[in-house]
Design a protein around this ligand. Sequence first.
Ligand code: C2E
Ligand code: MG
Ligand code: MG
Length: 306
Amino acid sequence: MTPAAVPHRQRRHYQPVVLIDTGEIVGSEALIRWRHPTRGLVMPAEFIRMAEETGQIVELGRWVLDRACTQWRAWADQGHASHRLSVNVSARQLQEAGFADEVRSVLLRHDMTPAALVLELTESIFALDRPKILDQLTAIRDLGVRLAVDDFGTGYSSLSYLQQFPIDEVKVDKSFVDGLGSGNADDGALANAIVSMAHSLRLEVVAEGIERVAQRDELWSMGCGLGQGYLYSRPVPPEELLRLLTLAKPLGNPSTTGNPSTTSGGARVSRLQTPAPIVRLHQASVDASTHPKSATPPRAADSTSK
Ligand code: C2E
Ligand code: MG
Ligand code: MG
């Protein structure tokens, strides 16, 4: 039996997305797991491809989006309404004519602030029927929902889509982060180029797969404002994510290189002593449906006063 056929066996874990300079959690990414009757938790690498091939990803994705937004509502009711929730969306889901309507319904159903939802797309969608995908993404973007390109730099070869489609953020793939912090400038060249390009296009940048302090520090010095990775936290069950939010304790131990001085949201935080990058954290408010490319980005130091 496929995982899509047994949705009650699905679990979502949530991995924090943090401000790199302070370690504050600003959002999280929903990551699906399959609770197998005998094998325990099965990771998505083992079943997402099959679900895509059979088309069951459409039903599975619908269910993940609904359950993740249910979770967001629970966090919002506990004082975390500015938390940004990222959900992975498969190309197959985007090809469904009614997908934008489904997103609208889920927002209404859970009374969710549109700008608090980030849909993560893979570059493969940009090789699909351009007018259809553009219509779909524009309709979603018009709701005020944010769009991110996941695993950026690993897929489609033309970058012009970054200007042609209403994209808000790019997620630098872990493969570009792996070599950072080695002391060899060549290892960071691609990550640096991606961060610079994203900034010149006024896109927000999130680095994926940060595992070491040296990687974090190099990303910060490049101007990358947001990060995700085991250095901060592995994906955790929703109760644990709520605990982390409630503690409001910085993740990733920024004080190892930082300047412990700032108070934010009641928690004492530290800042890395390197140049402040552009971070365009959008307030989770209804007026955020304005296209961000027309907005002037605040600097990182301002973005923590959420
Ligand atoms: P992704 O969206 O790029 O998610 C990031 C993956 O990297 C997650 O793996 C996460 O656990 C892992 N990761 C995060 N930080 C680190 C780190 O510091 N080191 C290492 N080694 N790994 C790290 P996961 O949960 O196994 O998910 C794998 C992929 O499966 C996801 O990659 C995404 O493409 C797909 N996926 C997960 N959930 C869904 C879903 O609900 N829908 C769809 N369509 N795809 C999903
Ligand atoms: Mg993702
Ligand atoms: Mg990724």
